[in-house]
Write a protein that binds this ligand. Structure first.
Ligand SMILES: [Fe+2]
Length: 193
């Protein structure tokens, strides 16, 4: 089976339901990487359906992992769950393997086996390095973790540093660099000392 519109809709629904159930990734972030992934896939001429599936599934178990105190396992959990659903939906093995690589490589833990996976990893970074993604993250932290501003500023800085390192496509580096520098400066200025 190809990654038909029907299969993609099903994967999106499944991932969205996880987001609604656990509150992470927040809907704003889900949509930011979906849209950026589609835009990059079209610009770079690769399979947009693989990128869509990758963007839907790459953090599908992030919320559950966070709730269970094992955020470091979210990639493996997302990969396992995604793989089961791709099999259930009878997605062809070559497509399935590429989507799984999109999930497993989105934090740079394993190499990209295809450009689609690299696009997913870069699209994920916009959740924190785009203006809307950055401010959405700020509201999430206030709600989810703590109202301690200094602690949240620290979280935000480590997150933008992490994503800045993961960015690999020139087009994305160029597009986000100004934001990154600006956010760093604002966070620094916001510190008490
Ligand atoms: Fe992730």
């Amino acid at each position: 089976m190809s990654l038909s519109e029907e299969v993609l809709q099903k994967l999106r629904q499944l991932a969205w339901a996880e987001t609604e159930k656990y509150g992470t990734p927040i809907p704003e972030h889900f949509v930011i990487s979906e849209q950026k992934g589609i835009e990059l896939a079209e610009k770079l001429g690769v399979d947009v359906n693989i990128v869509k599936a990758g963007c839907y599934l790459m953090d599908c178990k992030l919320g559950q992992a966070l709730k269970e105190g094992k955020i470091q396992d979210h990639v493996a959990m997302s990969s396992k769950w995604g793989s089961e659903w791709l099999s259930e939906l009878r997605v062809d093995d070559d497509l399935k393997n590429k989507v799984i690589n999109c999930i497993e490589a989105h934090h740079g833990a394993v190499p990209f086996s295809c450009l689609e996976a690299e696009i997913c990893a870069n699209a994920d970074c916009y959740r924190f390095l785009s203006a809307r993604g950055f401010f959405a993250y700020m509201t999430l932290l206030g709600k989810r973790d703590s109202e301690d501003l200094d602690k949240n500023l620290q979280f935000m800085e480590s997150k933008i540093d992490e994503k800045h390192k993961i960015l690999s496509l020139d087009i994305c580096k160029k597009e986000t660099e100004e934001n990154y520098q600006m956010f760093k400066k604002l966070i620094m200025k916001s510190r008490k000392n």
